[in-house]
Design a protein around this ligand. Structure first.
Ligand code: NAD
Ligand code: UDP
Length: 327
């Protein structure tokens, strides 16, 4: 089978926000797609529309446990991603990144599959270099409440590089910056979902700290395109590569945009800033532009409008919080 023909592709965390969109795209392209998820932070209905398709298969499994499948490519997306989700059971979070990566890299090694890691801008921590380039090693607190996620992903990157150097596993590493869009979990506690949900119900918009901290928000379609390009890039390029939107906004600006687009009567309410909350974040995407010929095209207002439309269609009571017996 050549690299460009139809492939059997595993998407771990495939029922999640980003994973479900990747599954959808790969199924539409005709690939044989296996979605693997333990549904910790996702709902089955995210992929229910794919279940009748002959080239889609769903497996309930936890990536911290070994599994034996035969695949050509692996998108390794499984990991709780929102602070409220990954801090719910921090030990499980770091196990998911470390043991999950070992298991998936082992599978890639056995099958000769190409494997892509969904890493994160969190590897840069509270950055002292701005905007963040891939060559920056980061400023991460190893013992704080975000460490289970940040350090977990840093170890995952190390594992990917070591399997590559030692066993010649065909790896790819993408560092994803804050991404939003339809199918985000409405109660994940992330800033975009919180602000939209609060605005649509005329509840106060919760600004943590002064709201002067910044983030750069990428719409999910742009993100998925960048990830798929990285997976299929045939240049001698394994990353890490930043995938995100370089337009930076303060959290207060985001709140004002959401108010404007929803026409909400919500007020802005200040709340304490969580510990170790990064003060600023903006990707330098020169490498993605050069190597993948990729850049995002969705303006924040445009992407937010689509996300708000989607939030208007969902029933909040259909969303479960993370399962309490998640150990
Ligand atoms: P998400 O929570 O919607 O998706 C994660 C999925 O992984 C969920 O379906 C969850 O049930 C599953 N999962 C968690 N632990 C698992 C385990 N042990 N075994 C099997 N499945 C498990 O979050 P998302 O935003 O779609 O994030 C997907 C990936 O992208 C994550 O690895 C995340 O770290 C990375 N990422 C996302 C963002 C973002 O802004 N969305 C930014 C940086 C990195
Ligand atoms: N934030 C906020 N109000 C909220 C949720 C988040 O002001 O209701 C802030 C949070 O403190 C952070 C930024 O928004 O500075 C982005 O938070 P999120 O949890 O979405 O992502 P991350 O911090 O992981 O980038």
């Amino acid at each position: 089978m050549t690299k460009r023909s139809l492939q059997r592709i595993l998407v771990t965390g495939g029922a999640g926000f980003l994973g479900s969109h990747i599954c959808e795209r790969l199924v539409a392209e005709g690939h044989d797609v296996i979605c693997l998820d333990n549904f910790f932070t996702s709902q089955k209905f995210n992929v229910a529309h794919l279940l009748g398709r002959p080239n889609f298969e769903l497996i309930r499994h936890d990536v911290t446990l070994p599994i034996f499948l035969e695949v050509d490519q692996i998108y390794h997306m499984a990991c709780p991603a929102a602070p409220g989700h990954y801090q719910y059971n921090p030990i499980k979070t770091i196990k998911t990144s470390v043991l999950g990566s070992v298991n998936m890299l082992g599978m890639a090694k056995r099958c000769g599959a190409r494997i892509l890691l969904a890493s994160t801008s969190e590897v840069y921590g509270d950055p002292t270099v701005h905007p963040q380039t891939e060559s920056y090693w980061g400023n991460v607190n190893p013992i704080g409440i975000r460490s289970c996620y940040d350090e977990g992903k840093r170890v995952a990157e190390t594992l990917f590089m070591d399997y590559h150097r030692m066993n010649r596993v065909d790896v790819r590493i993408v560092r994803i910056f804050n991404t939003y869009g339809p199918r985000m979990h409405p109660f994940d506690g992330r800033v975009v979902s919180n602000f939209i949900r609060q605005a649509l119900t005329d509840q106060p918009i919760t600004i943590f700290g002064e709201g002067e901290q910044t983030r750069s928000f990428c719409y999910r379609d742009d993100l998925v395109e960048g990830i798929v390009r990285m997976m299929n890039c045939e240049k001698d390029f394994i990353g890490p590569v930043n995938i995100g939107n370089p337009h930076e906004f303060t959290i207060r600006q985001l709140a004002e945009k959401v108010l404007e687009l929803t026409g909400s009567r919500s007020t802005l309410e200040k709340r304490p800033l969580p510990p170790d909350d990064p003060t600023r974040r903006q990707p330098d995407i020169s490498l993605a532009r050069k190597m993948l010929d990729w850049e995002p095209s969705t303006e924040l207002s445009q992407g937010l409008a689509k996300t708000i439309d989607w939030f208007r269609t969902i029933r909040m009571e259909d969303y479960r919080p993370p399962t309490p017996n998640f150990a």
